[in-house]
Design a protein around this ligand. Structure first.
Ligand SMILES: Cc1cc2nc3c(=O)[nH]c(=O)nc-3n(C[C@H](O)[C@H](O)[C@H](O)COP(=O)(O)O)c2cc1C
Length: 366
C-alpha cells in the first residue's frame, strides 16, 4: 500500500512513463580529448553555493517510510551540501527540520483556501529558520491515483482488514510504525479538527487545497516571504513570465511526477521552452523521472539550474533512513562527475544545448 502510494501516479500512469521516456530520449554528445582532471559539481543558487545540483524535493508522508523521515532527509541534505524541501504535510515541526538541515531546509506550501492560514504557516516556517519557499500550484483538482483507490489508501488513514493484512506482511515496518506512532501532519487546519472530522477524502481536500488560485493571489505570498520564493508545478511555458512578473525567484518545472494530470507533457520536454522564456541565469529547477547523474547532466544541458528528486529519495529513505539518502546523494555526485568527464566539461555552467543532440535528431531517430 505504501509502495504503491510512492511509486504510483495518476490514471494509467502515462505521464510517469513519459517523464522517463523524455529523459531517455536525450542523447549526450560525448566529447574528447579534454583535460577533465577535476570536475566540479557545485552550483550557485540564490547567491549561495550548493555542492550538488540535486535537491531533495517535497514528498508528503515521509515519516511513513522511515520514522521521522523528514529529519533524515534534512540531515542528509545538510551533509551533502544541498537543500531539502519539507512538504506542507510533514509530520515534524519546521523548526526541528530547519535545525536538522542546518539552515538548508525549504518549505513547500499548498495554498489553502483560507489566506490567513497560509500567512500563518508561512510566518511559522520563516520564524523557524526555513530558508526558501516553494508554492505548489498543480493541485487544483485531485490526481486520480488508481493504485491508492484500489488499496483504500486515503487520508485521514482508516484501518480495515486488507490494510491490517498488508501491515502483517511487513512486520519490521509495522513494528517501527507502532513504536513511533502513525505519522500525522504537523501543520494542521483548526488544530486537526477539520481533517479528523472530514467524512471522506474530498471533504478533507476542500479544507486543504484551493481551486481558486491566480497570479494575483500568488503575488501576496511575495509580500509575506523574505527569502527565495519558487513556484512548483508548471509545465505550460506560457506561465513562465507570469512567475517572473509576480516576483518569484525561481520555477520548478514539474508535473508532480505524473501524480496529477495523467497525459500531461513531461517536464524534460518543455524545459528548453522555459529556459527560452525566462532567459539565462534565472533559476529553473526541474523534476519528474530523474534517477541518475546522467539524467541530471541531461537536464542541466537542456536548461535546468538544478534537479529535484522525488521517488528515488523516498526509496532510499525507506531502505536505510538517512544513511540510504547519503548513499543515494553520493551516487548522484559520482555519476555527475563521471558524466561531466566523459562529456568533456569540468564545470556545470559549461553544459548547454551544444552538449546534446538537437531535437530533430531525436524525432528522426523515433
Ligand atoms: C510519495 C510522494 C509524495 C509527494 N508529496 C508531495 C507534496 O506533498 N508536495 C509537492 O509539492 N509534491 C509532492 N510530490 C511530488 C514531488 O515533489 C515531485 O514533484 C515528483 O515526485 C517528481 O517526480 P519523481 O518522483 O519521478 O522524481 C510527491 C511525490 C511523491 C512520490
Amino acid at each position: 500500500m505504501l509502495f504503491d502510494y510512492v511509486d504510483g501516479g495518476a490514471g494509467g500512469e502515462l505521464t510517469v512513463r513519459e517523464n522517463r521516456r523524455a529523459i531517455e530520449a536525450v542523447r549526450l554528445l560525448a566529447s574528447a580529448p579534454h583535460d577533465v582532471s577535476t570536475c566540479d559539481t557545485k552550483v550557485s543558487l540564490f547567491g549561495q553555493t550548493l555542492s550538488l545540483p540535486v535537491i531533495i524535493g517535497p514528498t508528503g508522508l515521509a515519516s511513513a517510510s522511515w520514522p521521522r523521515g523528514e529529519l533524515e532527509f534534512a540531515g542528509a541534505a545538510a551533509r551533502a551540501g544541498t537543500r531539502y524541501v519539507m512538504p506542507n504535510a510533514a509530520s515534524i515541526a519546521p523548526g526541528e527540520v530547519a535545525r536538522a538541515a542546518e539552515g538548508n531546509a525549504w518549505f513547500q506550501l499548498y495554498p489553502p483556501p483560507d489566506r490567513e492560514l497560509a500567512r500563518k504557516w508561512v510566518a511559522q516556517a520563516q520564524d523557524a529558520g526555513i530558508s526558501g519557499l516553494e508554492v505548489t500550484v498543480d493541485v487544483a483538482a485531485p490526481g486520480q491515483r488508481l493504485r491508492d483507490a484500489r488499496n483504500g489508501f486515503v487520508m485521514p488513514f482508516r484501518w480495515g482488514p486488507k490494510k491490517a493484512f498488508d501491515c502483517a506482511l511487513r512486520p519490521v515496518w509495522a513494528m517501527k510504525m507502532l513504536y513511533h506512532g502513525q505519522p500525522t501532519p504537523y501543520l494542521e487546519i483548526d488544530g486537526g479538527k477539520a481533517a479528523s472530522a472530514a467524512a471522506n477524502q474530498s471533504e478533507n481536500r476542500r479544507h486543504r487545497f484551493t481551486r481558486a488560485l491566480s497570479w494575483d493571489l500568488l503575488k501576496l505570498l511575495r509580500d509575506e516571504w523574505r527569502g527565495p520564493l519558487l513556484v512548483k508545478g508548471l509545465v505550460d511555458p506560457s506561465q513562465a513570465l507570469h512567475a517572473v512578473e509576480a516576483g518569484y525567484d525561481g520555477i520548478v518545472v514539474s508535473n508532480h511526477g505524473g501524480r496529477q494530470l495523467d497525459g500531461a507533457v513531461s517536464s524534460m520536454e518543455v524545459l528548453p521552452e522555459f529556459r527560452a522564456a525566462v532567459g539565462a541565469g534565472f533559476p529553473l529547477l526541474v523534476d519528474g523521472g530523474f534517477q541518475s547523474g546522467v539524467d541530471v547532466v541531461k537536464a542541466i544541458a537542456s536548461g535546468a539550474t538544478a534537479v529535484q528528486i522525488g521517488r528515488v529519495g523516498v526509496f532510499a529513505l525507506a531502505t536505510a533512513g538517512g544513511q540510504g539518502v547519503d548513499h543515494l546523494l553520493g551516487l548522484f555526485r559520482a555519476e555527475i562527475e563521471n558524466t561531466m568527464a566523459l562529456c568533456g566539461v569540468t564545470r556545470l555552467d559549461q553544459l548547454g544545448p551544444h552538449c546534446i543532440r538537437p531535437q530533430s535528431w531525436r524525432s528522426f531517430e523515433c
